[in-house]
Ligand binder design. Structure first.
Ligand code: ADP
Ligand code: MG
Length: 523
């Protein structure tokens, strides 16, 4: 069903979205007011508990904790720091693309179709807010498809508007729920917050745009967004932050003294990483904020050596826990931007403003070190991953040479699949070692599962078989397929003196005295 335009758009007199945006603002306002006294209550409860513990106190505290979490969620959406964001030129298709990257590892069987036109047309607005909004919309779309489906993103310019659509083939939204969309706390998900769409609507409203939703249960949902090219928001360049500055302090001290402000600015810049900080801390025990401070200090102090070993260490940690690389890139980019913003502020506050020459040398030093960090991070990341792959490969190869003992002296080696020279080496190593340690007397090699073998590998296999017989073990070959035999003959590879041949594994077993058991089993 297609929703009536006026039910969910933010222009004109209708403005359901308009109402929703104000509901959001009011809710956030209340949240802000209520949060402070509740935080105070939390403190007093803790004091009370120190005096004398009571089970009700625990309950009161945990309920209070829940309430505070809810309030924080609400505040996330229209936090003043987001409202204060500077206005700038935004290429929405570029942002869409970069947000999409953040979902790489959640896509499974989801096909992505992008149709981006007029990519060189920009709008004016608050970039991080848009990023967050697209993040919320794409996240919802992916969640609605439960791992399987098609996500289609389009971008185009129509008259004086950018039109973006986000379409999924997911669960869809029942008609009676459509009007609830964007209401704070409306969610149908077990762990949902019902804050996502509220943020989306309020951003679009603030930029003078409109949003329409078209959804059909069990078929999917499309959100279509129109944003005017010339919004009501005007650019205001680099914004001065209220930073502390002590006369003649060094850049390092300046960063140390403004640690808190740096964190806040950084989190504003890395809007999508922000939501994942706790998760990354939990999964990999990686404290992104502390690490950001560390990186910045290494850079401004020019500690190249420490920086490189830190980058390597981070690369391994990131690889070990299979964390998304796009996230790391976004984070490092945010650190770079925030750092430059701070350097700019430092230069303003530090009256002896740097001349061009010293500025460019600073620029070179800082960017060089940042690049070094990224280079070493990626090298150690991929090295770790490559080594892991190699280890797994070896393990699989080892498992693909199963030597199964029938009794103290007789073993079977069933070979399956393609045999290449790499595998031959594994076979050789494993077989010879096993013969030596377990004094195997007879080894039945069953080749009925081997499809093909190339010349080099066939030659090597013959050598392994000779080796087996030299070690005093009798090799019996079974299940040679006609194809394999033909190729052995055509290459003039003979084995008669070294191995016995039996048509089938059953015959070979019979030969070595397993007649009785076999008959019993067959009955
Ligand atoms: P949350 O994702 O935390 O539930 P949102 O505000 O992002 O909160 O979404 C609110 C609700 O709207 C979701 O719980 C879901 O029922 C519905 N919804 C939003 N987007 C979609 C979509 N693309 N497909 C199906 N349902 C959706
Ligand atoms: Mg959501």
């Amino acid at each position: 069903m297609k929703l009536e335009e006026n039910q969910l758009t933010g222009t004109g007199s209708n403005a359901h979205l308009n109402q929703l945006a104000s509901v959001g603002q009011i809710a956030a306002g209340i949240a802000h007011e209520v949060k402070n006294p509740l935080t105070a209550v939390k403190g007093f409860l803790q004091l009370l508990q120190q005096e004398h513990d009571h089970e009700y106190l625990e309950i009161a505290q945990s309920e209070l904790e829940n309430a505070l979490i809810t309030l924080n969620n609400l505040l996330q959406v229209s936090k003043p720091d987001l409202e204060d964001e500077e206005v700038q030129k935004i290429f929405l298709s570029v942002e869409l693309e970069s947000i999409l990257n953040l979902f790489q590892d959640k896509l499974y069987d989801i096909t992505i179709i992008t149709d981006f036109k007029n990519m060189d047309v920009s709008i004016i607005g608050k970039k991080n807010q848009f990023k967050k909004a697209f993040f919320n919309l794409i996240k919802n779309a992916i969640e609605s498809m439960d791992g399987k489906g098609t996500l289609t993103l389009t971008h185009k310019c129509e008259q004086d508007e950018i039109v973006v659509s986000i379409k999924d083939t997911g669960a869809g939204i029942p008609q009676d729920k459509l009007s609830m969309l964007g209401t704070p706390f409306f969610t149908t998900k077990e762990t949902g917050t019902g804050m996502g769409l509220m943020q989306v609507f309020s951003v679009i409203y603030q930029h003078g745009g409109k949003i329409v939703v078209d959804s059909k249960e069990n078929h999917g949902t499309t959100f279509i967004i129109n944003i005017p090219l010339q919004g009501q928001l005007k650019p205001n360049g680099v914004k001065a932050l209220p930073l502390e500055y002590v006369e003649e302090s060094s850049i390092k001290d300046f960063f140390l003294g403004n640690r808190k402000a740096f964190e806040e600015k950084l989190l504003d810049e890395a809007i999508n990483v922000k939501d994942q900080i706790d998760e990354i801390q939990n999964i990999g025990n990686i404290n992104l904020l502390n690490n950001a401070h560390k990186l910045v200090l290494f850079i401004v102090e020019g500690r190249e050596h420490d920086l490189i070993s830190f980058a390597k260490q981070e690369g391994v940690a990131w690889a070990k826990h299979s964390l998304t690389l796009a996230l790391k890139l976004e984070w490092v980019k945010a650190i770079r931007r925030t750092m430059w913003n701070f350097l700019y502020q430092y230069d303003l506050l530090n009256q002896t403003q740097a001349d061009r020459l010293s500025f460019f040398s600073l620029e070179k030093n800082i960017n060089d070190l940042m690049d070094q960090f990224l280079t070493y991070f990626f090298i150690s990341y991929s090295k770790f991953k490559d080594e892991l792959l190699e280890k797994q490969h070896k393990l699989v190869e080892h498992l693909s040479v199963p030597i199964i003992p029938l009794n103290e002296e007789i073993c079977i080696l069933p070979l399956i699949g393609t045999i290449d020279d790499r595998r031959i080496m594994t076979i050789q190593d494993k077989v010879l070692a096993e013969i030596e340690t377990n004094h195997i007397h007879t080894l039945i090699i069953d080749l009925s599962g081997v499809a093909s073998i190339d010349t080099q590998a066939a030659n090597d296999l013959v050598k392994v078989i000779k080796g087996i017989s030299i070690m005093g073990c009798k090799p019996i070959l079974t299940g040679l397929r006609a194809e394999l035999v033909k190729s052995l003959i055509s290459r003039g590879i003979g084995l008669n003196s070294h191995a016995e041949f039996k048509g089938t594994l059953k015959l070979a077993l019979h030969e070595v005295g397993f007649k009785k058991q076999l008959q019993i089993e067959m009955e």
